[in-house]
Each structure stands twice: as structure tokens, then as C-alpha cells.
Design a protein around this ligand. Structure first.
Ligand code: NDP
Length: 434
């Protein structure tokens, strides 16, 4: 779908190319996403899919305004707590990629420290008022299980408010995302108009991508450990492993925080409904479905099944981390000890495209590793229900779509060099097959 793009300062007189089904696709996604998230939290709590809307309406959250308001305030407190950590913990100041006005923005990189401080506070130094005095104890994590649906609803409300604020704010900025400046309000609201919305030096997008939702996901998982122990008297192997695997995934993202500065989300996409929802409603409340499911429907997998799943996760993680780190190291210093032996294609644009090592096997081998890891998380829930497999199904669709978007953008960036690169590395996901 295309339209004239007179409003876009970077693509004047060019044709605007819509993504995600254009304005209609954007509108339908905005309408469908909130009930879909609530339905998923409900399906995880009953262990199966129920298509009865009345059932979903009745059970996914409490329908109790004071409960919702408490959850909303709790969620805001969590967000503010993460802002405080980002603002006041020691940080490394790192320059991001060049933005359209030729400048580079500076980012406060301290997400890894924020992650550990959060875990420490949640586990043993959560302040509570007892007998008129502040005592430090473990956080009341079972509340996250009790109010899972209400918290998801609160996250949806918060994401909606923030998306509206960011859309209005974008009209006072002149650095807009090319893909979010069509001039069609609903589409731009969905895609995000402003490229890097900031409040002073506080960067909304980089912060939301990595902290409240991602760390929140790890904390929700921890809550499900506590509740399973309360309910069953023990913590199952599947529950331990899902926490370790997903905790490692979250830790890895924060440990490698600076690597996000060169991703498509930061360099290309605007910050609007799509990313706001993805970061702070979708990630915490749909990526935690496996642990939520395991509280009530643990499949009691045997040691050999668990060992097979550990192996699957390790294979996925080593491909995912190996490929991403190899590209990152090569792009930082192609003469570095670990990457100087790698072959590459020198492009006219100036950058080098790796054609050996991980990146010689398949053009999106990092996505394949990521998906294998995700599949292993689902396998921990056994084969009784499709609900925990939602992640593997959705993530497959996301990665295929994302790879097509990236391929399209690289085709524009690199032209003939990209075609030559694709001939040199013909496979996309699985060497020799796809
Ligand atoms: P990539 O890390 O694959 O980055 C794509 C960019 O890398 C291209 O636009 C190009 O940019 C550069 N590039 C492509 N091929 C080469 C090459 N052969 N050599 C050197 N540079 C190359 O994609 P993403 O940013 O989408 O993903 C990063 C990670 O995040 C992935 O592992 C993905 O699985 C994960 N992810 C996870 C999500 C989740 O929800 N869990 C969501 C999205 C991503 P240029 O040349 O301009 O630098």
C-alpha cells in the first residue's frame, strides 16, 4: 500500500511505503492487542485455550476498580523505580549510531547494574512497614501471581497513556522516524513518529526497550517460583530451568546493553504504540506465560527430557550469542584478535558484511539461535497444552517478518552489494535448507 508522503522531511516527493498492513493493519492491531494479551494471561491460568468471550471476560482480571487502581499505582512505582536506577546508578556514557541530523546521541549504559540491584532488592531488601517501622524483607512476590491479569491490564493502560503522550510530543520534534511519518495519524501513532523521544537526557525508547518490561519479566518468573513452592511444597525442574533460561536471556540483553544502540529498533523505528506495547505489555505478560502455566500445570518431566531441553537451549544460546557477538566485535574492530580471520564483503556504503563464520552459514543465523532457545522454554511445559507454545509460534512469525523488513532495508542501503552478499551467503535461517 502506498501514498504520497509530503509530510516526511526526509522523503519529500517520494512514495511512502506502508508496513504492517498500513493504517487498517495498525488500527486492527491497536484494537486487538489488549484483549489478546488478557486472553493469553487467562489461558495460561486455566492451562488451555477457551474461545468463550464471557469466560475470558469473567476470569482474566478482577473487574474491581480499586484493585485495578492499586495495580496501576504499583506498576507506575515499578516504572519510576527503574527510572531512578537509570538516572542515579553509575553509568558508562556511550554514543549511539548517527541520527538523521548527523549527530550522535549519548546513552547512559547501566542496565546490567540496575538488573542486579533490582534482583537483590526483590529477594532480600524490599522495604515494608511493620509496627510503624520500615523493615527489609523479600518482596511479596505472590501478589504478582494473584494479580497477574490485573497487572497486565494496568500495563495496557500505562502503555496507552504513554503512546498518546509520545505521539503528541512528536509534533515538537524535527527528528522523525521515516517509517512513522506517513501523515496518517493512526498509522503514525502505531509506528511511532519521533525517532528518539527524550526528556532532557532521558531516552524513553532505550530505557523502555530494556528495563521495566524485560526486568519485569524476570521478576514475574521469580514470583511464579515462590507460588509454586507454596502450592506444591517444592519447585519443579521445569520451573527452575525456565527461570534460569529466561533469566539468562534477560541478563544477557542487559549485560550487552550497548549492542542495542545499533539495532533496528533504536536506529530506524520510531517510538510509538508498537514498541511501547511490545516492550512493556507484550514482553512481560506473554513471555512469562510458561512460568505462569507451570505453577498450576507442571508436567513433571523426567531427567532425560530435562537434559534434552538443556542441550537444546545451550545450542540455541551459543548460536544466538556467538553470531551477535561476532558481528558486534567485527563491526567495532575488524582487526580484533577474534575476528580478523573472517572473510567479508567490502560495500560501497563503507561498511563490511561478514561472509564467513556464523554469518557465512546463514544471513539470519542469530534469529535461528534465538528461536531454538525460545522453543526449549516452551518444551519445559510438556505437550499437554498449546498455550505455552504460543511464544515459539509467535516468535517464528515475528522473526520471519522482521528478517523480511531488514532484508528490504538492506536492499535499499546496499543496492547491488546486497545482491552480491545474498549470492555469497544464499541461506537465510538454516544452512543448506532455508
Ligand atoms: P541483526 O542483529 O541481524 O541486525 C541486522 C543488521 O545487521 C542489518 O540491518 C545490517 O545493518 C547488519 N548486518 C546484516 N548482515 C550482516 C553481516 N553479514 N555482517 C555484518 N553486518 C550485517 O538484527 P536485529 O537487530 O533484528 O536482532 C538482534 C538480535 O535480537 C537477534 O538475535 C534477534 O533474534 C533478537 N531479537 C529478539 C526479539 C525478542 O522479542 N526476543 C525481537 C527482535 C530481535 P548495517 O549493515 O547497516 O549495520
Amino acid at each position: 500500500m502506498t501514498t504520497s508522503n509530503a509530510a516526511n522531511p526526509y522523503k519529500r516527493k517520494e512514495t511512502f511505503v506502508y508496513e504492517f498492513g498500513g493504517p487498517i493493519g495498525a488500527l486492527l492491531t491497536i484494537i486487538a492487542l489488549p484483549p489478546f494479551i488478557l486472553a493469553l494471561t487467562y489461558f495460561a491460568s486455566i492451562g488451555q485455550i477457551s474461545l468463550d468471550p464471557a469466560d475470558i471476560y469473567a476470569s482474566s482480571y478482577s473487574h474491581h476498580l480499586p484493585t485495578f487502581l492499586k495495580c496501576f499505582m504499583g506498576l507506575l512505582a515499578w516504572f519510576l523505580f527503574q527510572v531512578i536506577l537509570e538516572r542515579f546508578l553509575p553509568c558508562e556514557l556511550v554514543q549511539g549510531a548517527e541520527i538523521p541530523n548527523g549527530r550522535r546521541l549519548t546513552y547512559r549504559i547501566n542496565g546490567h547494574l540496575a538488573f542486579w540491584i533490582t534482583i537483590l532488592i526483590v529477594l532480600c531488601s524490599f522495604p515494608v512497614m511493620e509496627d510503624g517501622r520500615i523493615q527489609f524483607t523479600a518482596a511479596p512476590l505472590h501478589l504478582l501471581y494473584d494479580y497477574y491479569g490485573d497487572l497486565a491490564l494496568a500495563a495496557i493502560a500505562w502503555c496507552s497513556i504513554l503512546s498518546v503522550y509520545l505521539y503528541i510530543k512528536s509534533f515538537s520534534s524535527d527528528i522523525l522516524a521515516k517509517g512513522g511519518d506517513s501523515g496518517v495519524a493512526i498509522y503514525d501513532f502505531y509506528m511511532g513518529r519521533e525517532l528518539n523521544p527524550r526528556l532532557g537526557s532521558f531516552d524513553w525508547k532505550e530505557f523502555c526497550e530494556l528495563r521495566p518490561g524485560l526486568i519485569g519479566w524476570a521478576v514475574l518468573n521469580m514470583a511464579f517460583v515462590v507460588v509454586q513452592k507454596e502450592k506444591l511444597g517444592y519447585v519443579s525442574g521445569s520451573m527452575i530451568l525456565v527461570n534460569v533460561f529466561q533469566g539468562l536471556y534477560v541478563w544477557d540483553a542487559l549485560y550487552q546493553e550497548r549492542a542495542i544502540l545499533t539495532t533496528m529498533d533504536i536506529t530506524t523505528d520510531g517510538f510509538g504504540f508498537m514498541l511501547v506495547f511490545g516492550d512493556m505489555a507484550w514482553v512481560p505478560f506473554t513471555y512469562s506465560l510458561q512460568a505462569r502455566y507451570l505453577v498450576d500445570y507442571d508436567p513433571n518431566l523426567g531427567i532425560y527430557a530435562l537434559m534434552g531441553i538443556v542441550l537444546t537451549n545451550c545450542i540455541g544460546y551459543s548460536i544466538f550469542r556467538g553470531a551477535n557477538s561476532q558481528k558486534d566485535a567485527f563491526r567495532r574492530n575488524p582487526d580484533g584478535e577474534d575476528v580478523k580471520h573472517l572473510q567479508f564483503l567490502q560495500t560501497k556504503r563503507g561498511t563490511k558484511l561478514l561472509t564467513s563464520g556464523y554469518w557465512g552459514m546463514a544471513r539470519k543465523i542469530n534469529y535461528t539461535g534465538d528461536w531454538i532457545m525460545g522453543l526449549s522454554w516452551c518444551m519445559l511445559c510438556g505437550l499437554q497444552s498449546v498455550v505455552p507454545y504460543f511464544y515459539a509460534i509467535y516468535f517464528c512469525v515475528l522473526l520471519i517478518h522482521r528478517s523480511a523488513r531488514d532484508d528490504h532495508m538492506c536492499q535499499i542501503k546496499y543496492g547491488k552489494d546486497w545482491e552480491e552478499y545474498k549470492k555469497t551467503v544464499p541461506y537465510k535461517f538454516i544452512p543448506g535448507i532455508i
